[in-house]
Write a new protein. Structure first.
Length: 311
């Protein structure tokens, strides 16, 4: 049960180990194309089709008909990876051995929808991936296995997601082997230290240049590659939106410039404290480019990224 690219290594690993996948549950295809006539399947849906795994795309699991259909599989276990739908009690209790979730954080820190993004945006320098037995609470179940990784300041959500997806697939395979043998450990999550990784809202993608440089960098990296942190700037042909995908804190910038001002080669952009160097950016309608290539497209000296409103 999953949807995004993050979930595909686990499905592939389970099939590769010879597990009999009764069905893959994922989100329904969404309209695409200029007139919305094409349908885009989730990455899990596309992989399941290639692996000849039956696919189900219910909009909810709360209806009796869906719960009966799920129970009819008589599955030993359900594996959940970034599925996006709530599993009601009838689903949680419908398998012989339970439902197990692969969650991309060090629980109980960053329960919820966007753990990788929130960890990076908060400046965490360590994260991980955990296999947990699901219960009705939001990511509150006991943890079976866990792997930790370091997150250097250069890490983006895309980088960390790919790393944890691969690690998590192996972790889930090992957890199932231990579950079959009857020796899968389970430990209750700590009673304190829980934080919630709320879904990323559209307005959060705007860069607040008034913040210290390290916080601006972490905000950029937490939203890279999607949705992409952005700001508006006039580079010579009117105001345009630019996504910044990678950045680094610059040493020794001019501290007197207004936040958002492009103050030097790199390009360097002044922040509330210090400055960042743009490492990778994407102008509207163009492919992502290096900071050096972005610099060559700047035709206005001292251009200023538009500052967001207060509040």
């Amino acid at each position: 049960m999953g949807a995004p690219e993050f979930a595909t290594p686990t499905l592939a690993a389970l099939v590769g180990k010879g597990h009999d996948i009764a069905a893959a549950y994922t989100r329904a295809p969404t309209p695409a194309g200029r007139r919305g006539l094409d349908l885009t399947r989730t990455p899990v849906h596309r992989l399941a089709d290639r692996l000849a795994v039956p696919v189900r795309t219910p909009s909810t699991l709360r209806r009796d008909v869906e719960q009966r259909a799920f129970a009819d599989f008589r599955a030993d276990v359900a594996i959940v990876v970034a599925y996006g739908l709530i599993l009601p009690r009838a689903i949680l209790e419908a398998t012989a051995l339970g439902c197990f979730n692969l969650h991309a954080s060090l629980l109980p820190r960053w329960r919820g929808a966007a753990p990788i993004q929130r960890a990076i945006m908060a400046g965490d320098r360590e994260t991980g991936v955990a296999v947990m037995r699901m219960e009705e609470g939001l990511d509150t179940g006991p943890v079976a296995l866990e792997t930790r990784i370091a997150m250097p300041p250069t890490s983006t959500a895309g980088d960390v997601g790919r790393q944890l997806a691969a690690i998590g697939a192996d972790l889930m395979v090992r957890a199932l082997e231990m579950l079959v043998e009857g020796d899968l450990p389970l430990r209750a999550q700590a009673a304190s230290g829980a934080t919630y990784a709320h879904k990323i809202e559209k307005g959060e993608a705007r860069i607040d240049w008034r913040r210290p440089a390290a916080q601006v960098r972490d905000h950029i990296h937490g939203l890279s590659p999607t949705p992409g942190a952005h700001s508006e700037v006039n580079l010579g042909s009117g105001l345009e939106r630019v996504k910044i995908l990678r950045a680094e804190v610059a040493a020794g910038p001019d501290a007197g410039a207004a936040p958002g001002t492009i103050i030097g080669e790199g390009p360097l952009v002044a922040c509330g404290e210090g400055a960042i160097r743009i490492v990778q950016a994407q102008r509207a309608g163009r492919a992502a480019m290096s900071g050096a290539d972005f610099q060559r497209g700047i035709r206005v000296q001292g251009a200023v990224f538009v500052q967001i409103a207060s509040g």
